[in-house]
Design a protein around this ligand. Structure first.
Ligand SMILES: [Fe+2]
Length: 534
């Protein structure tokens, strides 16, 4: 392992000690009780753990949510809480034992947001780890780790991170999250389908969503997030590894696009549901309290993170602003379906957008001005062209970037014209590993490769049938690898001259004690877009 710029993080043993401390209402030695301190006679207020995210060079966002009854079904008392905002105390230290405290103060659990805390901390040193905890009355949260970004332009030799997507609680255990925690990444990118709003009706169920109904309202979305956060593997990942997050469809509804539901719901009604889903996402994620605070059905989550001179990550929202899915009318399903060029010319229209034109302009300007050696675009769905046979004709999915080829073309042309340094797209959604070259013209063998795409498989969600996609690979020569049969994540080690991506797989997502192994390793060489097997 080469030199790592971030300071040493909490050990597994220390993490477990911190987590155990958070499981009880134990008094914190030497901590002054604040006047508004609450006595927690019942329940564990920090039952959902802690998380950090949205790092900047001088700070980050710290998250928790007070929930002594985390799966409360009473909409009037989310998490078993009632009454006004709750003020609590927080501490930030430079050591995992919380002995060298460099910052403390008060934080507010907001009644309007299910008693969640989004504490935006500034004024810290760049490029290092910090540890933090919350204290409320006689209760102490688990200890978590946060990072500040290295200063803009500072030399960074090496960074390790993971990217994950698609953790369906009913489809399996979250062993992949546990193993990722053990890999010691500096941060984790969540690319969407963090929860599933659905109830599984056809495939094997390993453990059930607690309420047995599809989430569609604020209380039911809240319960879904709470149930997922009670999982010790996910809670452990959040405690130790800072999160950078975007979403996909299942945080709201399968295959939705902007205000259009897959069930052809009235868009005005669907926006009410979207507002509830976005609010619950906000309430459970370590996102910025000002920028990302939801406003009805609107919530900004696209964002940019720059790690010294090494890497800039543009995090994209692929759902909120997109054009309606092509050929959105019965007998098609409202969401994903396969379309031929002759059968659905709308798919090819130049005015269609996946990102929305405001986000497109923001992304193109950021990419053009980036001085980072590597430029990642972190987003929800498959970007490479995927030509699939339907009734003997070539067809394309309408739900991923294949449904928005004009936007894909604008983006890749911009990357090419702006000479973006080492562009790499990372994607989720499809519950499969892919390693792809992204070409200016996918149908022209001589067209240049302008970027690379890595797609991570799901944490636990069942994959699509292997054979139809495997059989289509000869028609998609830019796809160098595909496999939908394994569950896991991608672990990236980034150096100035090379990106190495290990596809890590669990032995069995139905086994809570599943082991981990490397399935395939790919690399991207600096200055040479395109994927190579390492
Ligand atoms: Fe998914």
């Amino acid at each position: 392992m080469q030199h790592r710029i971030f300071s040493k993080r909490v050990s597994r043993r220390q993490l477990i000690a911190g987590a155990v401390a958070g499981l009880g209402t134990v008094a914190a030695p030497g901590v002054m009780r604040i006047a508004a301190a609450k006595s927690w006679r019942t329940g564990i207020p920090f039952s959902l753990g802690v998380a950090s995210g949205a790092p900047r060079s001088d700070g980050f966002v710290l998250w928790t949510r007070l929930a002594p009854e985390p799966l409360s079904s009473n909409p009037e008392t989310p998490g078993g809480m009632s009454g006004a905002d709750v003020t609590m105390r927080y501490e930030i230290a430079t050591d995992p034992g919380m002995t060298k405290i460099v910052r403390h103060g008060s934080a507010t659990a907001e009644q309007a947001f299910a008693y969640s805390v989004h504490l935006d901390v500034a004024g810290l040193q760049p490029g290092r780890s910090y540890w933090y905890r919350f204290l409320s009355g006689d209760a102490v949260s688990p200890t978590g780790r946060a990072i500040t970004l290295p200063s803009l332009g500072s030399a960074l030799r090496n960074v390790r991170f993971g990217f994950v997507s698609c953790s369906n609680y009913e489809h399996g255990y979250f062993s992949a999250y546990r193993h990722l925690t053990g890999e010691d990444p500096e941060f984790v990118l969540f690319l969407g389908d963090y929860i599933y709003e659905t109830i599984e009706q056809y495939r094997p169920i390993v453990r059930r969503h607690s309420d047995g109904i599809e989430a569609a309202t604020l209380p039911t979305y809240r319960n879904r997030y709470a149930q997922y956060r009670l999982d010790p593997d996910l809670q452990g990942l959040h405690a130790q590894v800072p999160a950078i997050v975007t979403w996909d469809d299942h945080e709201v509804q399968n295959d939705y696009a902007n205000k259009w539901s897959q069930y052809f719901d009235d868009p005005a009604q669907f926006l009410i549901r979207r507002a509830a889903a976005y609010q619950a996402f906000y309430e459970h994620m370590p996102v910025r309290p000002i920028v990302s605070r939801p406003n009805g059905p609107l919530m900004r989550i696209y964002d940019r993170f720059t790690f010294g001179d090494l890497i800039e990550i543009s995090v994209i929202d692929g759902r909120q602003y997109r054009s309606r899915e092509a050929c959105y009318a019965p007998p098609n399903k409202g969401g994903s379906h396969l379309e031929t060029n002759a059968g659905c010319p709308e798919r090819l229209e130049a005015g269609r957008t996946m990102m929305g034109f405001g986000q497109e302009a923001w992304l193109y300007a950021g990419l053009a001005h980036s001085k980072a050696r590597w430029n990642l675009i972190a987003q929800d769905v498959l970007m490479a062209q995927l030509r699939i046979k339907r009734d003997g004709s070539d067809a394309f999915s309408t739900d991923d970037w294949n449904g928005y080829p004009a936007n894909r073309q604008r983006l890749l042309q911009h990357i090419h014209d702006s000479k973006v340094s080492n562009p790499v797209v990372i994607s989720g959604d499809i519950h499969s590993f892919f390693a792809n070259d992204l070409k200016l013209d996918f149908d022209d063998q001589a067209s240049p490769v302008v970027a690379t795409e890595l797609v991570g498989t799901s944490i636990s969600s069942y994959g699509p049938p292997y054979d139809p996609i495997a059989q289509a690979l000869p028609d998609n020569p830019h796809v160098h690898f595909f496999d939908s049969r394994r569950r896991g994540y991608v672990l990236v080690d980034l150096l100035p001259e090379q990106m190495q991506a290990r596809m890590r797989v669990v032995s069995d997502a139905h086994d809570p004690k599943a082991t981990i192994a490397t399935f395939k390793t790919f690399a991207v060489e600096g200055g040479r877009p395109g994927i190579v097997e390492a």
